[in-house]
Design a protein around this ligand. Structure first.
Ligand code: UDP
Ligand code: MG
Length: 325
């Protein structure tokens, strides 16, 4: 087997602080892997600028002119982490034999990429990077993540435990991934659905090297909620269950009050009335909101809007040629 072409896809959103270090570390890694003849020297690092507002693109652009390992993909606007990742994966899949995705802050141990490649050469199509410990994450992040995995499991979604988007995928796996046409793509849930030969490699996750997290609580919650509602209809079933339950309870209460009335012990009735109104009203709003969430998903899917728009692509055509056009 001749050396496979590896492409490392790195989504970047406002990463000017972290990028220079990331570029140099990943270039060195690729160089070393190529020297060892584990990967082809046509391998690349593909930085995807997800509509950054800082100097991220300028850094990528400058680097790709002088560093043969580096290529850049500029999205027309911020499409979000998952979509930026997809943009990179789908751009890379034509030229590369295997693609590794990793975050720009190098929280994931890049030396593991060598093991990914070894596994790929053994014939694995998907290799998951799995965090061994999460000591560097805050207690809050750790426990919310823990809860998320548990919840997903309860709802029948098969996630690889403690795996974020640090993984290797073969060309074949990427071609299969492309057949999942949903606009609202939750990669961590989809990739296990591809199946094929899969393996996991353990590593330790570090602290973010520079800059700050682009996933504040609000985005994290939205991400989790999206993950759940795009994979499972259990929440809607739960609502149905709660509805039935509350109906039964109010029915029993009704009987009780009726019995009181007959025996002459009339209550003023106000308290029970107002509580049940609020209770049922609340339940109804929750149910409507949840159903709305699913309908919203259907609405989004039915429009089939593009997940991202590429403005510049120096992976398919070198930057120096790109600029002449
Ligand atoms: N990112 C992106 N688009 C966004 C938000 C984040 O491409 O809209 C990138 C970001 O630059 C980083 C990766 O996604 O490379 C993960 O983000 P971050 O490290 O901030 O998340 P955390 O590790 O804190 O969950
Ligand atoms: Mg991070």
């Amino acid at each position: 087997m001749s050396e496979p072409i590896l492409t490392i896809v790195v989504p970047c959103y406002n990463e000017q602080e972290a990028l220079p270090e990331t570029i140099s570390q990943l270039s060195n890694l690729l160089q070393a892997l190529a020297m060892e003849q584990l990967v082809s020297n046509k391998s690349k690092i593909l930085f995807v600028d997800d509509g950054s507002k800082d100097l991220t693109w300028q850094i990528i652009h400058k680097e790709s002119l002088k560093n043969e390992w580096v290529a850049g993909l500029k999205l027309s606007r911020n499409a979000g982490h998952q979509n930026a990742l997809l943009a990179g994966l789908f751009t890379a899949k034509d030229k590369a034999d295997c693609v590794v995705s990793i975050d720009a802050d190098l929280q994931d141990d890049i030396s593991v990429i060598r093991e990914f490649v070894l596994k790929f050469r053994e014939g694995f199509d998907i290799v998951y990077g799995v965090r061994e410990k999460r000591e560097t994450d805050s207690f809050f992040k750790r426990s919310t993540a823990e809860g998320f995995y548990k919840l997903m499991k309860k709802m029948g979604v098969d996630l690889v435990y403690n795996h974020a988007d640090f993984r290797l995928m073969s060309k074949r796996a990427l071609h299969e991934l492309e057949r999942f046409e949903e606009v609202n793509l939750f990669l961590r849930g989809i990739v296990p659905l591809i199946g094929l030969r899969s393996a996991s490699v353990l590593y330790d996750r570090k602290e973010r090297m520079a800059g700050e997290t682009k996933y504040p609580l609000r985005k994290m919650l939205a991400f989790a909620f999206d993950g759940i509602t795009s994979f499972s209809v259990t929440p809607i079933r739960l609502v149905l269950l709660v509805g039935i339950l509350s109906f039964l309870i109010s029915f029993l209460f009704g009987c009780y009050f009726f019995a009181l009335k007959i025996t002459g012990n009339t209550t003023t009735g106000w308290t029970s009335l107002i509580t049940s109104i609020w209770l049922i009203g609340g339940l109804q709003l929750i149910a409507i909101g949840l159903i709305g969430e699913y309908i919203g998903k259907i609405y989004k899917e039915s429009k089939r809007r593009p997940r991202y728009i590429v403005e510049l692509d120096s992976y398919s055509l070198p930057m120096s040629l790109l600029l002449k056009n």
